[in-house]
Unconditional design. Structure first.
Length: 312
């Protein structure tokens, strides 16, 4: 029996369509669904087997049916099989509905009196598809005019700006609730005793070899005074722990070892050591750091006063 689509095209198209649909609807992360979930591979294998089996069955049924036909029916079947698509009844009916053109034998009824060097003109009806498309463009233009020019709806540029602004808000909100995506711009100081206890345990496991258990400094600088080499405050300390100290010397980068949330804990604990006055601390390194985000009165209150200054 004649089929519009050959079996060697039909089977792969159906199989890969189902495969792509499963990839779309099954959340498998960065790996294909048939790799991450073995049952998907089993299903696809069984589905392909059934497709081939169905095609074989249909072919066998067509073969048996053909042998049951009479000679006249076989002749009619051969003619229909060899007939082109343009010669089929359904194709002619469809073209008649789409074009409403007169057949060549009836062109005399729509022929005009115009004659251009032997070329004559037919007064065929406009194709319905063209007419309906023209009416559709008129309706679309009217709706577009009312919506964008009269009612002031957002155009494409305004929609893009609005979506970009909303995306920034969504990303910022997500960053607040995603500790593993925290950076020096979004980190906040932790003051809860439970959080500081976690920071102390991380500090004890990784930092005491260079800074001592009390933070007084040994190979690394003293963490209890007001002097900082790369800046103080939670953002600077978080950045230093994450990316390491100065090039060629200083602390290594810990971002490959500690998660951002762990770095937040240990940075907050380091800042809690300020003013603890450990025994025999290391001499100050760097410069006194002043938090520019604090009000001037607060900065003045925390700035040490030289008691040896002579009053004038």
């Amino acid at each position: 029996m004649k089929k519009l689509i050959p079996v060697y095209v039909r089977v792969p198209v159906i199989f890969f369509s189902v495969m792509l649909a499963m990839e779309y609807f099954i959340d498998s992360g960065d790996r294909p669904a048939f790799v991450k979930f073995p049952m998907v591979s089993v299903f696809l294998f069984v589905f392909l087997f059934l497709l081939i089996a169905i095609e074989i069955t249909i072919s066998a049924v067509d073969n048996v049916t053909y042998h049951l036909l009479s000679d006249e029916q076989k002749k009619m079947l051969a003619e229909s099989t060899n007939m082109s698509i343009k010669d089929t009844a359904w194709f002619k009916t469809m073209m008649k509905l789409l074009t409403r053109s007169e057949p060549m034998e009836s062109e005399g009824s729509v022929m005009l009196d115009h004659d251009y060097d032997g070329i004559k003109e037919l007064d065929n009806t406009l194709p319905p598809w063209w007419v309906y498309l023209f009416y559709t463009t008129i309706i679309f233009a009217a709706v577009y005019l009312v919506r964008f020019e009269i009612m002031g709806a957002d155009n494409q540029e305004m929609e893009l700006k609005r979506e970009m602004a909303q995306a920034k808000i969504d990303v910022a909100e997500y960053m607040k609730n995603a500790p593993d995506l925290m950076d020096e711009k979004t980190v906040t100081l932790l003051t809860d005793p439970a959080d500081l206890a976690i920071g102390k345990s991380i500090f004890t496991a990784n930092c005491v070899a260079c800074h001592r258990a009390d933070g007084g400094g040994q190979i690394g600088p003293n963490l209890t005074d007001e002097n900082w080499i790369l800046g103080g405050g939670i953002k600077n300390v978080f950045h230093t722990i994450t990316n390491g100290g100065r090039d060629g010397k200083g602390m290594i980068s810990w971002k490959a070892t500690l998660k951002p949330k762990d770095i937040q804990h240990v940075a907050s604990y380091v800042l809690s050591l300020q003013g603890s006055n450990p025994k025999d601390p290391k001499a100050p390194d760097g410069e006194i750091w002043v938090d520019d985000t604090k009000p001037a009165a607060a900065v003045a209150a925390t700035t040490p006063v030289d008691s040896t200054q002579v009053k004038k």
